[in-house]
Design a protein around this ligand. Structure first.
Ligand code: FAD
Length: 545
């Protein structure tokens, strides 16, 4: 009844058109009078008792969760009409008349009908994507974002279905049949390759696999990197490269207190690696890592930075007008390379058993094998000169080469998204789903967010903003009627029977919470925040599958 009343009063104010705006009439009528801006599709929808929208999100990393969060936040509980109210409050907030909109409590009371429903599908039994499997174990504060994701997943209008690989267990067209909107947030599951001879030799690994190994990604649990050499070479100058260098060189007591897997900790305990070179094709002004990670590396106990002063001389002038973050980052490198260390006493540095350094203007040409051909011995580098300046500077080979001896090569030149389903357009060149503000080109009702939308760069905050942008597109399309919600969709009801027919049993969020509790309990016994379970079968057994 309340819902019917709400709709009736809504209709009166709207049709009457004499609400008088903010100055005169009631706040609710003021808003309603402003809705003469409202598109025809939305008016039609408001006057109908349209079913609440059902949205599905593919992938439970930051992009999936932030997209879900934003849709749920804006599409607050209520009837279709009150759902629109909430959405409009934000979506039209740029309009003059709504800029002084009252708090949500001033909006007409509606019957509680449940609002939009968001279902999140995830291929692994466990959620959170790279927050669990990418973020370094010694950066626990970054993982706090999972607290807000957990709140979202516990919302009665959100459901989590882990252990479902979209594109294999259920297709994207099947999801489109079951939902009003489908958002693809499945990240970047592959890595870019070097494309040079010797790349497949034992001892050459992708950063993605190595990170997955120490972070417990099930597919990398059997990696067994050979850490019996003294020198490792990391190809790449980004934060992932620095994460790996830090994990390779960090004192064991530091790592022991983290959620690094027991298997990788044991392997690192026996590691002979004591020197790590991070090699890049371009110069110090083009490095992609950030100052916080560099500083952490410089201050890593028991290690010393080895930066060649020649790489940095004269750079002070070049950075005079550089943006502040680039300037500060370069200043820190210059200081480390040219000045006597002030942050660590000289004798402590000299005594450091381990060292690391940055090598610039070297482009890998070939991975050279050991004499018996069984593993890597060195990487042949083409020396380069820079053409152009700043971010757009290009590395041009000079014709000179240099062999860098090493026993382990970690290629950290970027992650890469893969196509998911033949029904989804994919730009293989850029490794992204072609889209405009998250709307997949040529496929109404299909959206994307996160790394698969804009490419595998950027931190969690970047992914959050980008996911909010996609969520906003979904809401706008609902509002203008581009997305047809006039007929109800079954959502998981329809998908469940498909999955059952294919023998797939999804894992719920409360199932994950059982896995989580077991991991935390195992970790506590070992004095660490959690001991990750790395075998998906064990996870499934734990929840009775
Ligand atoms: P992802 O996090 O990769 O999530 C994608 C999800 O989709 C995964 O859970 C995956 O299993 C799932 N999925 C894939 N395929 C399917 C399918 N077919 N069906 C169903 N589900 C599927 N940012 C920071 O701010 N701080 C850091 O310290 C930090 N460290 C990082 C360390 C590393 C090694 C990396 C690679 C990145 C790091 N980032 C960090 C960046 C951050 O992780 C990304 O910005 C963010 O995770 C991207 O989110 P996403 O949801 O697009 O992708």
């Amino acid at each position: 009844m309340a819902g019917a009343r709400g709709r009736a009063s809504l209709g009166r104010c709207w049709l009457g058109g004499k609400g008088g705006g903010w100055a005169g009439g009631s706040p609710a009528c003021g808003i309603i009078s402003s809705l003469c801006f409202m598109p025809a599709g939305l008016k039609r929808w408001l006057s109908s008792a349209a079913p609440a929208p059902r949205v599905c999100v593919v992938g439970s990393g930051p992009a999936g969760f932030y997209t879900a969060q934003h849709i749920l936040k804006l599409a607050a509980t209520g009837t279709a009409s009150s759902w629109v109210w909430k959405s409009l409050e934000e979506a039209f907030s740029g309009y003059r008349i709504l800029q002084s909109s009252p708090p949500a409590s001033h909006f007409p009371q509606q019957q509680h009908h449940g609002g939009a429903q968001v279902d999140i599908y995830e291929k692994l039994p466990v959620p959170f994507g790279l927050v669990r499997f990418g973020v370094a174990p010694d950066h626990p504060e970054v993982k706090n974002v999972t607290n807000s994701f957990t709140q979202t997943a516990r919302s009665e209008r959100c459901a989590y279905y882990g252990n479902v690989t979209v594109g294999r267990d259920v297709t994207v067209p099947e999801l489109q049949q079951a939902y009003h909107a489908v958002v693809l947030s499945y990240g970047a599951e592959d890595n870019r390759v070097l494309g040079i001879p010797g790349e497949n030799l034992p001892g050459v690994l992708s950063a993605r696999a190595f990170v997955g190994w120490y972070n417990g990604l099930p597919e990398n649990r059997h990696l067994k990197p050979d850490l019996s050499c003294e020198t490792a070479l990391i190809l790449g100058h980004g934060n992932v490269a620095l994460d790996i260098a830090r994990i390779l060189l960090a004192p064991l007591p530091l790592l022991r207190k983290t959620d690094i897997t027991a298997g990788s900790l044991a392997a690192l305990a026996c590691s002979k690696v004591k020197r790590v070179w991070l090699v890049g094709r371009r110069g110090p002004l083009q490095v992609a890592f950030t100052i916080k990670e560099l500083r952490e590396m410089i201050n890593l106990p028991g290690t010393r930075p080895v930066l060649s002063p020649a790489d940095f001389t004269g750079l002070e002038n070049a950075i005079k007008d550089a943006p502040r973050p680039r300037k500060r980052l370069t200043e820190l490198m210059i200081k480390t390379a040219l000045e006597k260390p002030v942050e660590k006493p000289v004798e402590v540095q000299a005594a450091a058993a381990r060292e690391w350094g940055l090598k610039f203007q070297r482009s890998p040409q070939e991975v050279l094998p050991s004499a018996d051909g069984t593993r890597v011995r060195a990487v042949r580098m083409a020396l380069t000169r820079l053409e152009g300046s700043g971010d757009s500077a290009k590395a041009i080979p000079t014709g000179d080469v240099e062999d860098l001896e090493c026993g382990l090569v970690l290629s950290s030149i970027g992650y890469r998204s893969l196509p998911l389903d033949p029904a989804v357009p994919f730009d293989a060149q850029r490794g992204v789903i072609p889209n405009t503000s998250g709307r997949v080109e040529g496929v109404p009702g299909l959206y994307c967010s996160g790394w698969v939308k804009r490419g595998p760069t950027g931190v969690i905050i970047t992914t959050m903003n980008d996911s909010f942008d996609t969520a906003q597109s979904v809401l706008e399309d609902l509002q203008v009627g581009t997305l047809d919600v006039s007929s109800s969709r079954e959502g998981f009801g329809a998908v469940e029977s498909i999955l059952r027919s294919r023998g797939v049993r999804p894992v719920s969020f409360s199932d994950w919470e059982k896995i989580d509790a077991a991991e935390v309990a195992r970790g506590r016994a070992a004095g660490k925040p959690r001991e990750k379970i790395v075998d998906p079968q064990e996870m499934l057994q734990l929840v009775g599958h």
